[in-house]
Design a protein around this ligand. Structure first.
Ligand SMILES: C[S@@+](CC[C@H](N)C(=O)[O-])C[C@H]1O[C@@H](n2cnc3c(N)ncnc32)[C@H](O)[C@@H]1O
Length: 254
């Protein structure tokens, strides 16, 4: 049984936004009853207008959601993107806005930052659970209006396995990859979300395919996020690297 089948929900599907209501994944989750608490390890809630995930047996891992409206995101949005490590790795130029494929979207932080810089971003996520959290965050950004809605309009979400995308039909300037890392890479609030995702999602099992498929779909570059001391993805040396204090971005030029 996969970990994702041990999730309950503590809301009725009628309570959540129309766009999420029809998701077969959400409708199939068992409701959180006393009996379900015995065999479920995680619970998806709908509180204060947002979907969030709690580990039922670990009180430290609660309230994990995707959220583009946090003060931390607002601080990042105020910094010029070209000066941020990710902006440098993407080779951002003011004049030209890229078409980017975020092939491992996760909770969408990086995708939202790239869209905020003016790029058209397609974000693919294969986990239906993570995808539901991501879609919910995008809906809230759209409803907030103003600059959040403008950024959201540049972000297209797709629930799929990136490796199933047909490279002949889907070409982008840049493919961005941020595969699951071993534990211990991230700090502070991001750590809680990553710990929970690491418990729930399978570890990256085909890094070679991720990178080679990325190179097939990218016209200009593939950017891979790595931990500062992690080996290059699939042991393949990048063309260049942008190094930060906790992460680095490896850049491959096809
Ligand atoms: C480390 S997280 C990405 C975090 C993301 N960059 C962010 O800013 O929130 C990795 C995500 O990639 C997804 N993933 C891994 N392999 C994938 C694939 N082949 N296709 C689509 N999604 C994939 C996982 O389900 C997981 O949610």
């Amino acid at each position: 049984m996969s970990a994702e089948s041990l999730i309950a929900r503590n809301f009725a599907c009628a309570e959540i936004p129309q766009q999420l209501r029809s998701k077969p994944f959400l409708a199939a989750l068992p409701e959180l009853t006393v009996a379900a608490e015995e065999y479920c390890d995680y619970c998806l809630s709908y509180t204060n207008g947002a979907l969030s995930l709690d580990a039922l047996k670990d009180k430290a891992l609660t309230g994990v959601c995707s959220n583009f409206l946090t003060p931390a995101m607002q601080r990042r949005l105020r910094q010029p993107f070209k000066q941020q490590l990710l902006g440098k790795a993407l080779g951002m130029k003011a004049q030209r806005k890229q078409r980017i494929l975020d092939a491992t979207a996760g909770l969408g932080t990086d995708a939202f930052l790239m869209a905020a810089s003016g790029c058209e971003v397609t974000a693919i996520e294969r986990s239906p659970l993570v995808f539901a959290l991501l879609e919910d965050a995008l809906l809230r950004a759209q409803l907030t209006g103003g600059s959040f809605a403008v950024i959201a309009s540049r972000l297209t979400l797709q629930q799929d396995d990136f490796l199933c995308l047909d490279a002949r039909q889907h070409q982008f300037d840049t493919v961005y990859l941020d595969p699951m890392f071993p534990t211990g890479r991230r700090k502070a609030s991001a750590k809680k979300a990553m710990t929970l995702l690491q418990q729930l999602l399978p570890a990256e099992d085909c890094p070679e395919q991720l990178l080679s498929h990325g190179l097939e779909c990218a016209n200009k570059r593939v950017v891979v996020k790595r931990g500062r001391r992690s080996p290059p993805l699939a042991a393949r040396e990048p063309s260049l690297q942008c190094r930060g204090s906790t992460n680095r971005f490896d850049v491959y030029l096809p």
